[in-house]
Design a protein around this ligand. Structure first.
Ligand SMILES: Cc1cc2nc3c(=O)[nH]c(=O)nc-3n(C[C@H](O)[C@H](O)[C@H](O)COP(=O)(O)OP(=O)(O)OC[C@H]3O[C@@H](n4cnc5c(N)ncnc54)[C@H](O)[C@@H]3O)c2cc1C
Length: 398
């Protein structure tokens, strides 16, 4: 494999701000087309970056240069305010080309937007300006002991001059090696509390654990916080329902993109692989199997589109439906990719085949929080109307 070239930036969508609903739709379609064009280039180099477990920095720069970061930043913090529907479609199309790039971009937009929105009242436009200037952001939320419950940190930060010191670790921080800022949480006075942390802090270090099966080019490393001061002036408010939920919206679309790429690989392989004089696609078992996964993929896509429409229109059920969206997308991506594994036979098992990569990447989608097991628990409780049991505080009931 040769070292891939930095992709060219296509005609950018830095146009005048749209004013009418028709202009907004045209502007968003322009951005989706731009992402689609870029993603075709990302697909050419995805195998290279996966093999090397290397971040495709050029891809991320191309997305920024094409105006996609600016477009994703909500209008209330100085961006262009993409709708959920357009944001999701952009993540999906990037993921179809290179899901590691889509994962880092989702985490980057999620952390950057969260910091811009949650510190606006205290730091003004600081984080929005940094985001627009091309600085990079990562989420350092997951902890060794919090498991999937990344919004429930178990590590306490203790009071020191100027803030609170965190001595511990955050793990699986996608894109952290190229990040300028981290979105971090820790317990302060027993309550989950959020901060912005510049990565230039010398008390931060990377423990290089990242050599994985799937989404290898995300380089989601383990970070050590060696009494790192979470500064009081970098404290953020708690994220709110009305904030743009880039990560919950992006995660299902990463899996849909993987599913689309896996299905395309099945079709290509089955049409070109000739067994005993007939293409594999002419075998009835495969026609039945592909009809099943393709129909369920379209059903998941339709449900997710409806969820994003609800999000764009302030329908309150959108948040629980985002959980269902991730659950459905994660599972169908694995099922399509597993069918690919069967269809590909031994040739699909070769490292040179994209089929094995789709299988590995689909599995990674299920692990990212919230995992399909955690989501199944939440959805099941919702179906049964079970209210979560609150663990009593130590002083309660005395
Ligand atoms: C590719 C990739 C990128 C990631 N990027 C980031 C990132 O940028 N920032 C970040 O903060 N984190 C990131 N993560 C971490 C991720 O979001 C999870 O928080 C983390 O993977 C959870 O830890 P674990 O995988 O060891 O699983 P565990 O949480 O130890 O899970 C093990 C098993 O237990 C189940 N389980 C766990 N908790 C519960 C529960 N409460 N109820 C029921 N079942 C449960 C799980 O479903 C799983 O089956 C990333 C992970 C991956 C794989």
């Amino acid at each position: 494999m040769t070292d891939p070239a930095i992709p060219d930036t296509p005609a950018s969508a830095h146009a005048a701000p749209p004013s009418s609903p028709f202009a907004v739709a045209a502007w968003e379609q322009d951005l989706i087309d731009t992402a689609t064009e870029l993603a075709l280039g990302f697909a050419e180099t995805a195998a290279y970056y996966d093999d090397k477990a290397e971040i495709a920095v050029g891809n991320l720069e191309a997305l920024h240069d094409a105006g996609l970061d600016e477009a994703a930043l909500p209008a209330d913090v100085g961006g262009r305010g993409l709708s959920y529907q357009a944001y999701g479609e952009i993540v999906r199309t990037i993921a179809q080309g290179d899901p590691s790039t889509a994962t880092i971009w989702t985490m980057h937009t999620g952390a950057g937007i969260s910091l811009a929105q949650t510190t606006r009242g205290t730091l003004g436009s600081f984080y929005a300006d940094e985001f627009l200037a091309g600085k990079r952001f990562s989420n350092a939320l997951s902890e060794p002991t919090s498991g999937n419950r990344f919004l429930n940190p178990q590590q306490a930060a203790l009071p020191v001059e100027g803030g609170w010191a965190l001595d511990g670790a955050k793990r699986f921080v996608s894109g952290s090696e190229i990040a300028d800022y981290l979105f971090v949480n820790a317990l302060v006075d027993d309550a989950p509390t959020f901060f912005g942390v510049p990565t230039a802090d010398p008390t931060l270090s990377i423990i290089p654990i990242w050599d994985t099966l799937g989404l290898r080019a995300t380089r989601s490393q383990l970070l050590a916080f060696n009494n790192t001061v979470l500064r009081a002036d970098q404290r953020a408010r708690t994220p709110e329902f009305a904030d743009f939920a880039a990560i919950p919206a992006g995660l299902p679309m990463i899996s849909l993109g993987v599913a689309d790429a896996a299905l395309a690989a099945i079709v290509k392989h089955a049409q070109s692989r000739v067994i005993m004089g007939a293409p594999l696609s002419h075998q009835q078992w495969l026609q039945f199997e592909v009809a099943d996964v393709q129909s369920r993929l379209e059903a998941a896509r339709a449900f997710i589109k409806q969820t994003f429409w609800q999000a764009d229109n302030g329908v309150p059920t959108f948040f629980t439906n985002l959980s269902r969206s991730k659950y459905l997308a994660n599972k169908i991506a694995v099922e399509v990719a597993q069918l690919g594994g069967r269809v590909g036979g031994a040739s699909g098992f070769l490292k040179s085949s994209p089929i094995q990569r789709h299988l590995r990447d689909a599995q990674a989608g299920q692990l990212m929080a919230y995992s399909t097991e955690v989501l199944a628990g939440e959805i099941g409780k919702d179906v049964f109307g079970i209210v979560p049991v609150q663990t009593p505080a130590p002083t309660e009931g005395k």
